[in-house]
Ligand binder design. Structure first.
Ligand SMILES: [Fe+2]
Ligand SMILES: [Fe+2]
Length: 241
């Protein structure tokens, strides 16, 4: 959805709420027929409900976490007789570079960290998060260089590559979890809902500038292909027995 349609949707909800016309959806009560038509109309015009700025960042963490699962699978397969193809490892590292480092982390560094720092909040956490962004970029550079068919024939290089993949996963899991539960809530608390809606539009514009037309959906499609390449795409296979 475009920023304009997101704004239209927000404004129409605000206007309806101001006029006391938003249906509360209380148990057993059906919305008035007119409201139903309006909802249907709105859905047809503006598509599915939009996500706000922190939901956006959190669903990006979802893509990154799925890529970390690919990293984990690659790391363990590197220690077996049937290591993953260099393309799968390189593809995952490329997705981390383009989606996590050049887009998601950049958004945090441009929009989230400075705003919190200016407000005097979460300074120590942000210091560590910045260090981890830098450490991650170094690891990714090494992983991209080592993800070649020739390097994978060497046992020592396979072991070193597996260690780099594991180090990245070990760092990024607590990194993203801390952002989801401490950084983003503190960030959201700095804004009114109207300002936060505007911010969501700016994030969306930046997404198109940095990621191109594929955007978030393109990254999800890419991670699905990587999961298939390393044999972890079947979600049911993870169900505890
Ligand atoms: Fe981060
Ligand atoms: Fe993040």
């Amino acid at each position: 959805m475009s920023g304009n349609s997101r704004r239209r949707q927000f404004l129409s909800v605000t206007v309806l709420a101001g006029a006391g016309l938003v249906w509360s959806g209380s148990a057993g009560a059906a919305p008035p027929a007119q409201g139903k038509d309006k909802d249907k109309d709105k859905k047809e015009k503006s598509g599915p409900a939009e996500v706000n700025a922190t939901e956006d960042l959190m669903r990006e963490h979802g893509v990154i976490r799925r890529t970390l699962l690919v990293y984990e699978a690659c790391a363990s397969q590197l220690g077996t007789g049937s290591p993953p193809k260099a393309d799968a490892i390189g593809g995952a590292a490329n997705l981390i570079r383009r989606f996590a480092e050049s887009y998601h982390e950049r958004l945090e560094e441009e929009q989230v960290f400075p705003r919190l720092e200016k407000a005097g909040k979460q300074g120590e956490l942000i210091r560590v998060l910045r260090e981890q962004h830098a450490a991650g970029r170094k690891l990714t550079e090494g992983i991209l260089k080592s993800a070649t068919a020739e390097a994978l024939r060497d046992e020592g290089k396979r072991r070193a590559l597996a260690a780099s993949l594991q180090a990245f996963v070990r760092m990024y899991q607590p990194h993203a979890a801390r952002e989801d539960t401490e950084l983003f809530p503190a960030f959201h608390a700095l804004y009114t809902e109207a300002e936060f809606d505007e911010l969501g539009e700016r994030f969306e514009e930046r997404e198109h500038q940095l990621l191109g037309s594929g955007g978030f959906e393109g990254a999800v499609a890419e991670v699905v292909q990587l999961e298939k390449a390393v044999g972890i795409h079947d979600l049911a296979a993870f169900t505890a027995r």
